[in-house]
Design a protein around this ligand. Sequence first.
Ligand code: ZN
Length: 290
Amino acid sequence: MPLVRGTEFLQAARKGGYAVGAFNTNNLEWTQAILKGAEEAQAPVLIQTSMGAAKYMGGYQVCYDIVKDLIDSMKITVPVALHLDHGAYEDALECIEIGYTSVMFDGSHLPFEENIEKAKDVVAKAHAKGVSVECEVGTIGGEEDGIVGRGELAPIDECVKMAAIGIDFLACGIGNIHGVYPENWAGLDFDHLKAITDAVGSDLPLVLHGGSGIPVEQVKRAISLGISKVNVNTECQQVFAAATRKYIEAGKDLEGKGFDPRKLLKPGTDAVTELVKERIEWFGTTGKAK
Ligand SMILES: [Zn+2]
C-alpha cells in the first residue's frame, strides 16, 4: 500500500473512539520494527521523524526513501503515514515537497499571531499536495530536540482559532510533557481536555504528545475524551536501550559472532516491535486496518 496522509484514519479513530499510534524512528532498524509491529497488529500507524532524527538519518529524502521502500519490500498492507514531528516552518515545507504525507508545523514558541499566519501557509501548501497538517498551540512541557517547553495548558481561545484555519489535527497541552515523567507529575488534566473538545467540536482529532510513561488508564480516558493520535518516542528508546544492555551484560556479543551488528541490534529492534504492538493494543487500534 502506498503512503497515505493521516486525515482519514485519524477521523475514523476520532469517530470510533480509539487512537492511532505515532512512533518516532531513528534509523533503518526502528523503521522496520515499527512497520512490523503495525502490520502484525493490523493497525494504521504514523511513522514520524523529528528534525534531529531526520538530520541524523541523512536528511528528509533518506527518511522518505527508507519508509517508502520498506513498505514495498516488507509487503506492508496497513495504512502508513510518514509524518514530520515538531517541524519548523521551512522543514515542514521541505517535507511536503519531498513526499511526506503528513507534517506537524510547530509554531508554539512564536507569538500566537505569527504561529497562526505561518500555519495557514503550511496548510495551503500541504493540502494542495494532499498532505495532512498538525499544529500546536500553547507548549508541551519537557524537552524535545533541545526545545524546552513550559508545560502550560493550551489556551482554549487559541485552540478554537487554530482549529478554524482548517488543520487536520491539533496538538494541545493538557499537562503532558516530553521525556521521562517526574515522580511528582500531577497527571493529565481531563477537565481541560474536555473543555478543548467542547470548544473545537467533535470532528477535530486531538494529539497527545509525550505519550511515554503515562499510565494506561489515563491514556484510555484521554482517548475517550477526544485524543486520536498518541506520540510515543521516549519509551521506544528506553526499551531498545534496555534490551541492548541486557544482551551486552550477558556477554552475548563475545560469544561466537555475537558482535555482528545484525545480532547486536536484534534484541533492541524486537523490543521496539513488541512495544509498538502493546501500545497499539492500549490505544484500541489492533485490527482497525482490516
Ligand atoms: Zn511532541
